[in-house]
Design a protein around this ligand. Structure first.
Ligand code: PEP
Ligand code: MN
Length: 339
């Protein structure tokens, strides 16, 4: 349930309600808005004396949270969350749409630094690149691991881009959290609950990809695990789902973007690279994503896609990124956003 305080409630009056809520065995999350404070109360409500809370000074009303995902829901917070990322603190979820671009895998120092410079020049706000790769086959390239993270740090120093890289397990998360600006939780790990909880206990924002077979509600409950463990800075990323269709690698269900904007205050990015699997489909799906309200795009960019060690077929070139950015600016303006 949510306790809505009247405008002007003092911090002592809020604290009094928090103490009451804790007395009833519930966990509290205080959310201070511009004109009023709300206290989201999570836990078993059966032993709660709702009247006692309603009668506390400056309480306006006590309302139930209907969605199963509580803290991620717009029922608890109806203003958009801005997740600030990287050395420049770019606010993902604000008016400006942020592009995070870079290779699927970090293959070498030269490859990452060259790509980073090109992406920064094209107007990206972040650099993606996997140091630890969750590959379908154990014989495929598995990533440069810690060496890849050192190269990421160098790329950030060179360009000022926010580094977004994946943690494939709890052990890797420790290293990723220390080096990068945003911890990516990949599609295959969306329901790895110990990893979600560990991501909730570390300080960096989390980019949470949708599992290829996860429903929207399961995805938001995965985000809830991270918030519940202590980290509210989550960016959701749609990367396509598994369907019977095989002209694409995954089916990219863009209706999820406006649906998420109704259900959650968390920012939403789209990854049209994994969402289609084909470089020629990436530019039009970038346009569609911006048109339907995404807060950012995650794009695979490689200086030489034909020789990429992973996901070459869906990687665009740095020049294609420059071309996309020009078109996206016009679409963003048409829907009240900016690039
Ligand atoms: C990736 O971003 O390279 C990746 C492995 O993505 P996903 O988890 O969406 O498959
Ligand atoms: Mn990839």
């Amino acid at each position: 349930m949510i306790v809505v305080m009247k405008p002007g409630a003092t911090s002592e009056q809020v604290q009094h309600v928090v103490d009451l809520v804790r007395d009833f065995g519930l966990k509290d999350h205080v959310i201070r808005g511009t004109d009023r404070t709300v206290i989201a109360c999570i836990g078993d409500k059966r032993a709660v004396d709702k009247g006692a809370i309603e009668n506390a000074t400056m309480v306006e009303q006590v309302v139930p949270i209907l969605a199963p995902y509580k803290m991620a829901s717009t029922e608890v917070k109806n203003t958009r969350t801005e997740v600030c990322i990287g050395p420049k603190k770019f606010p993902v979820g604000g008016k400006k749409i942020g592009i995070v671009a870079g290779p699927c895998s970090i293959e070498s120092r030269d490859q990452l630094l060259r790509t980073a410079e090109a992406c920064a020049k094209a107007g990206a706000i972040g650099l993606r690149g996997g140091a630890y790769k969750p590959r379908t086959s154990p014989y495929s390239f598995q990533g440069l691991r810690e060496e890849g993270l050192r190269i990421c740090e160098e790329a950030r120093d060179l360009t000022g881009l926010a580094i977004v890289t994946e943690a494939i397990g709890v052990e890797e998360l420790t290293h990723v959290s220390q080096s990068c600006d945003v911890v990516q939780i990949g599609a295959r790990n969306m329901q790895n609950y110990p990893l979600l909880e560990a991501a909730g206990r570390q300080p960096k924002p989390v980019l949470l990809k949708r599992g290829p077979s996860a429903k929207l509600e399961e995805w938001l409950l995965a985000a809830e695990y991270i918030i519940n463990a202590g980290n509210p800075n989550i960016i959701l990323c749609e990367r396509g789902i598994r369907t019977y269709e095989d002209y694409v690698r995954n089916t990219l269900p863009l209706a999820v973007v406006p649906e998420l904007r109704e259900r959650t205050h968390l920012p939403v990015m789209v990854d049209p690279s994994h969402g289609t699997g084909h470089a020629h489909l990436v530019p039009p799906m970038c346009q569609a994503s911006v048109a339907c309200g995404c807060d950012g795009l995650l794009l695979e960019v490689h200086p030489d896609p034909e020789h990429a060690l992973s996901d070459g077929a869906q990687s665009i070139t740095p020049q294609a990124l420059v071309d996309i950015m020009a078109v996206l600016g016009r679409i963003a303006n048409a829907v009240g956003r900016e690039m």
